[in-house]
Design a protein around this ligand. Structure first.
Ligand SMILES: Nc1ncnc2c1ncn2[C@@H]1O[C@H](COP(=O)(O)OP(=O)(O)OP(=O)(O)O)[C@@H](O)[C@H]1O
Ligand SMILES: [Mg+2]
Length: 347
């Protein structure tokens, strides 16, 4: 399915910040904002404080000078189930009935309570019979409806809901269609280093293949720095953003080794996912992109590259502003990857 650029507003709400972006018909970013939200306002996909989130959304919208109107919402969270199934080639109705049947094994309650969406990835041969490889995404209706209601109260009418996994797939396909030198054959890994979780997703020949949520990310790193430096959380957060603990010597050897240990254990989990992918897909990850705020940690790109033995880049280079020739520092756009990817439409 071809991917189209559109004039769109997209919203990505994380644990510590929400991202709003507006693109033009040519896909260029026209307006954007990364706005901090109060701590504890959102937990995984649950909106803990509606009022605080509505207020944050309104402020963010005004900061970005966005008028009230339609928007696309991109969601990531452990309550979104994404599964591949191999199913017989059937009519649309029958295929959907089969998918419902398969999903009931995974869903804790009545499937009626879920939005169930699917797409046919490709045809595959199994025991000489042609089958569909189907990617199914499910999310509880209550979760989506709550987001719609909250965004609506902030002047943002949700017309499309997407997942981070699918949005990034669209972006990779779009980039490959635009630029023949962009290689989506084999495995590409995108790491989203957020506040509470790191999500590692692998795309095989441009299609979403698998992901793993690792409960280790920005917040935990700050806490480790605080524990080992004796400093408060705020100072530790600043240290995390300014000091390269990974590649440079540091006078506090214990602190340096504690930070390095956190990243190493994250890389251990990622390497295990790569092994799984290699065994299942008979293919290897050839490039890694880092996204989310955690990607900006000094020295991380270099360190991850050295330890995985792969080319590693900030995902900001996947965004159009950074791909154009001007020299402004676009590193911060790594935070906008999911929101930007969500502005693309699959036709
Ligand atoms: N320059 C920087 N260096 C290191 N870490 C940073 C930097 N800027 C932001 N971070 C960290 O990135 C994290 C926030 O990133 P991001 O906004 O992508 O998360 P989120 O989307 O709110 O969270 P999640 O995806 O887990 O819901 C915080 O832990 C913050 O400390
Ligand atoms: Mg996030």
């Amino acid at each position: 399915m071809p991917v189209k650029q559109m004039a769109t507003v997209a919203v990505d709400i994380g644990h510590s910040s929400l991202k709003l972006i507006q693109t033009g018909v040519d896909g260029r970013i026209q307006k954007f904002v990364v706005h901090r939200i109060p701590e504890g306002c959102v937990d995984d996909l649950n909106i803990v404080s509606e009022d605080a989130l509505i207020k944050s959304l309104k402020t963010a919208r005004q900061k970005a000078r966005l008028n009230p109107g339609k928007c696309f919402l991109v969601l990531s969270g452990t309550d979104i189930l994404i599964r591949h199934f191999t199913l017989p080639i059937l009519s649309e109705d029958e295929l959907y009935r089969n998918i419902l049947n398969e999903m009931t094994g995974y869903l804790p309650v009545d499937p009626e309570k879920y939005y169930i969406d699917y797409k046919i990835v490709e045809k595959v041969k199994e025991d000489n019979a042609e089958m569909y490889n189907v990617l199914v995404t499910t999310v509880h209706k209550r979760i989506v409806n709550r987001y719609k209601s909250v965004l609506g109260k902030a002047g943002l009418r949700v017309t499309v809901v997407d997942t981070g996994e699918n949005a990034r797939e669209k972006l990779l396909k779009h980039l490959a269609a635009q630029d023949k030198s962009f290689n989506i054959c084999g495995g590409i890994c995108i790491l989203d280093l957020g506040t509470k979780f790191t999500r590692a997703s692998i795309y095989h020949n441009g299609n979403y293949f698998i992901s793993n949520v690792i409960k280790k990310s920005g917040q935990q790193l700050t806490e480790v720095i605080a524990r080992n430096s004796g400093k408060d959380i705020l100072s530790s957060e600043t240290m995390k953003r300014e000091i390269d603990f990974l590649n440079q010597p540091h006078p506090n050897a214990e602190l340096k080794s504690a930070v390095t240990y956190e990243i190493d254990s994250l890389l251990y989990e990622i390497a295990r996912l790569f092994d799984y992918y290699r065994n299942r897909a008979k293919s290897a990850v050839h490039t890694v992109f880092l996204s989310g705020g955690g990607a900006l940690m000094p020295g991380l790109v270099e360190y991850v590259g050295r330890h995985l033995g792969l080319p590693v880049y900030l995902s900001s280079m996947l965004l159009p502003a950074a791909r154009s020739a001007n020299t402004v520092d676009h590193r911060g756009f790594t935070l906008l990857l999911n929101a930007y990817a969500a502005t693309l439409r699959e036709e």
